[in-house]
Write a protein that binds this ligand. Structure first.
Ligand code: ADP
Ligand code: MG
Length: 758
């Protein structure tokens, strides 16, 4: 039985709709010990025949037997195994990994074969010695001459220890002296192997060939045994060789139907991946740049969405800045804690600060005060910021006294403004609370051209400003009451959460309609928890149910008259209400004296621990905040997808050089899975390094060594979770690209991959 047998084998090439015949109905028997030389003119089918024999290309008709086994049913992965076990290839163009050293190239063949590192360390130097390259062992292949490269290719073939060695024009690129050396080496090898050489220069091999096959137009036209096969080795030697081969097969229990021996180990895959990452510095830097581009583009989209959502969220930076002013900067603390007296002092004394509004939350809102005769809308301000002279009346003497300021236009204050002074009015809070205030004074404002809004102001005492802010928080917070296992949403104000002086601190008064929900039929004595969530804080208030009110007990328990108006309300003590909603001011506005100082001011504030919103930059004052967050997310997603596409194509271009590498390892018999893992290691490594560089830049920004607004925004807006998400997005991208890339390498035959990538 022969080593290789071809029966009526044909191969066609399909390209651009044209079918070309590579070889037609080839019949051939080849055996170990032969030194076969295939000749013929260019285009006669020599390479095609060789590639079919070596499993680098598929054939369409006939049958090829390898050691008696049929191969026509083989798929691509079967041929990887076949090549790994039987074939060593030598090419005219060497097909070495030029960024690897001589040693690494030779070792690679054994690593792909799954050989132990001890075996590799022992055998590789001996093989390199055999081809005469010991002095160049650690030199990169790209720095060798053509003759030396072909010696490396032969060493690599020897390292594979296969029974068949094929060589396609091995001397084609070499001068005659180098060529003679290669011929000698091949002749030496041919003693115990099947060596098949394709050449159009038969003379170089005529002294050594045992058989010459001449091809013409895809067919064998001459097949001569120059020396009879077996001449060179005796029958005993041949029997001994077969025994060795059998032993080699038995040595490996993992052998499967595809004839694959051991596969490359995970450790080696990792090591090759790491080596590939760094051994071409230019390629590494380019990949790094692409990943940096992706991480910075994605992070900036991410930040801008977060920034906008922050800006337009209901509590926090207001959607509508009625007091639009190019000199106004809204600030909150980066740790989102309330302002302290020291914070206010530092801000007030900072250079270029003209004015500080401490209660920014209420600054853009309006308050409404009225009684039977008169009503007035105005922006709430602290009395300390009143600059104008009082026209009627005087400054407030008590916490509940206010000063009204507006134009002397005859209708703002009516016909007789002086008569408003001293009267009591009701002020309605956002949370449905009502408070009484007394007008202490009236101010006629001077006409101001820059006054866009034209409305008046109400100047309050510190205590009243706090009350107004509290109402605002209450109305904008999400308030839930956890009672008897369920969560009830409570709106502060009529029908919801109310304050009542008759309820002691730590207690809550609820409607008797709750009673049946409790086991014993009455709610009193049970515990509830009230939870408040705003964008600045969350708070819990555990309370005990003091009792329930019904029709008869309502007036007695609450001091209120009409139960129908208060149906379902939950009453707590004013001190407890304050605990929920009065937790300090989280937002302030700084006015600078010169808009040219804006950039420096923003920089200073950000370094000082503030999160800054410059009104000048936000022209969407009157645009609906919801709308912005609705379009900003899809927009960011589209931009990110575009970035991924660009990155993908650039990476594919950069990886072009890797294509030859993977065609080479595939030629040596590596399968798709290990190849993909090696590629993944490389891309994931670059990706992690890019992410680390990104973090480093952020850190340098944090330290103040560099300053980039985009990086500053990352510090302000990204949390740990966001960073992890960003890294995950990058890693997924790296893994997907590695997979896609390998699919394209492995989609055609091994030779096809070379043709495509070379
Ligand atoms: P040789 O090695 O003897 O020069 P080849 O085996 O390369 O010949 O080519 C044999 C025939 O197959 C030629 O007619 C050639 O044009 C054709 N052929 C070879 N490779 C391809 C290919 N990739 N696509 C289409 N036709 C091909
Ligand atoms: Mg050829």
């Amino acid at each position: 039985m022969g080593m290789i047998r071809l029966k009526n084998v044909s191969k066609f090439y399909y390209s651009k709709g044209i079918i070309a015949s590579g070889i037609t109905r080839i019949n051939l028997d080849l055996d170990v010990g032969e030194f076969v030389v295939i000749t013929g003119e260019s285009g006669s089918g020599k390479s095609t025949l060789l590639n079919v024999i070596s499993g680098l290309d598929t054939y369409e008709e006939g049958e090829m037997y390898i050691e008696g086994k049929e191969t026509s049913h083989y798929v691509a992965t079967d041929f990887e195994g076949y090549r790994q076990k039987y074939i060593s290839s030598i090419f005219q163009s060497f097909n070495l990994v030029s960024s690897y050293t001589v040693y690494q190239n030779v070792a690679l063949a054994m690593q792909i074969d799954g050989r132990s590192s001890a075996e590799i360390k022992e055998k590789v130097p001996a093989i390199i010695e055999k081809v005469g390259l010991t002095a160049y062992k650690n030199r990169k292949v790209s720095r060798l001459s053509g003759g030396q490269k072909q010696r490396v290719a032969i060493a690599r073939a020897l390292a594979k220890e296969t029974k068949i060695l094929v060589a396609d024009e091995p001397t084609g690129n070499l001068d005659s002296a180098s060529a003679a050396g290669i011929v000698d080496l091949l002749t030496g090898i041919a003693k115990d192997k099947l060596v098949i050489v394709v050449t159009h220069n038969y003379d170089q091999f005529s002294d050594h060939a045992t058989r010459v096959i001449k091809m013409h137009d895809g067919k064998i036209v001459e097949d001569t045994g120059v020396k009879k096969a077996g001449d060179k080795i005796s029958q005993e030697e041949k029997a001994a060789e077969e025994e060795r081969a059998d032993a080699a097969l038995q040595r490996d229990p993992k052998e499967d139907t595809q004839g694959r021996r051991n596969t490359i180990s995970y450790g080696t895959q990792l090591r090759l991946g790491i080596r590939n990452t760094f051994n071409l510095p230019a390629k590494f830097l380019l990949l790094l740049l692409v990943f940096l581009f992706v991480v910075s583009a994605v992070s900036s989209q991410y930040v801008s969405v977060k920034q906008q959502q922050d800006t337009v969220s209901e509590v926090g930076f207001n959607t509508y800045f009625s007091h639009y002013d190019p000199k106004r900067i809204v600030v909150e603390k980066q740790d989102r804690s309330p302002f302290t007296r020291a914070d206010y002092e530092a801000l007030e004394n900072a250079p270029h600060v003209e004015k500080l509004i401490r209660e920014d939350m209420i600054y853009d809102s309006q308050v409404y005060i009225e009684n039977d005769q008169f009503s007035f809308y105005g922006y709430p301000l602290n009395i300390s910021s009143l600059e104008d002279e009082i026209t009627f009346g005087g400054l407030p003497q008590a916490d509940d006294e206010v000063v009204l300021s507006g134009y002397d236009d005859g209708w703002t204050f009516g016909e007789e403004p002086e008569k408003l002074v001293g009267n009591t009015y009701t002020i309605y809070g956002d949370d449905g609370t009502e408070r009484k205030v007394k007008v202490a004074g009236i101010v006629f404002k001077e006409y101001d051209e820059d006054d866009y809004y034209g409305e008046g102001e109400v100047y309050f005492s510190d205590a009243m400003v706090v009350e107004i802010r509290k109402s605002m928080y209450a109305s904008r917070a999400t308030t839930t009451m956890h009672i008897n296992g369920s969560d009830i949403q409570l709106m502060p104000g009529a029908g919801g959460l109310m304050v009542n002086d008759k309820v002691p601190e730590g207690y809550v008064l609820i409607s008797t309609s709750w009673d049946p929900m409790f086991k014993k039929g009455y709610a009193a004595g049970n515990d509830v928890n009230i939870h408040v969530k705003t964008i600045y804080y969350e708070a819990d208030l555990p309370l005990t149910i003091m009792g329930t009110y019904g029709e008869k007990t309502f007036k007695d328990k609450t001091g209120l008259d009409n139960l129908a108006e208060h149906e379902g309300e939950v009453f707590i003590n004013p001190q407890d209400y304050r605990r929920l909603y009065e937790r300090g001011s989280y937002q302030a506005s700084v006015f600078i004296d010169d808009t040219r100082e804006m950039e420096g001011m923003v920089d200073m504030l950000e370094r000082g621990g503030y999160h800054v919103l410059v009104l000048k930059d936000h022209i969407f004052n009157f645009m609906d905040g919801e709308l912005i967050s609705i379009i900003s997310v899809p927009l960011a997603v589209i931009v990110c997808l575009a970035v991924f596409f660009i990155a993908y194509f650039v990476i594919r271009l950069i990886l072009k050089s890797r294509g030859v590498y993977f065609a080479t390892v595939r030629m040596l018999g590596m399968g798709r899975k290990p190849a993909r893992r090696i590629m993944r290691v490389e891309l994931v490594l670059v990706c992690l390094i890019a992410f680390a560089v990104f973090l480093l830049f952020i850190y340098l920004n944090y330290l103040g060594v560099i300053y980039r607004e985009q990086l500053m925004n990352c510090i302000l807006y990204l949390t740990m979770r966001d960073y992890i998400l960003l890294a995950a997005i990058l890693l997924v991208m790296a893994v997907l690209i590695a997979g896609r890339f390998m699919r394209s390498i492995f989609k055609s035959s091994a030779m096809g991959a070379y043709r495509e990538e070379a």
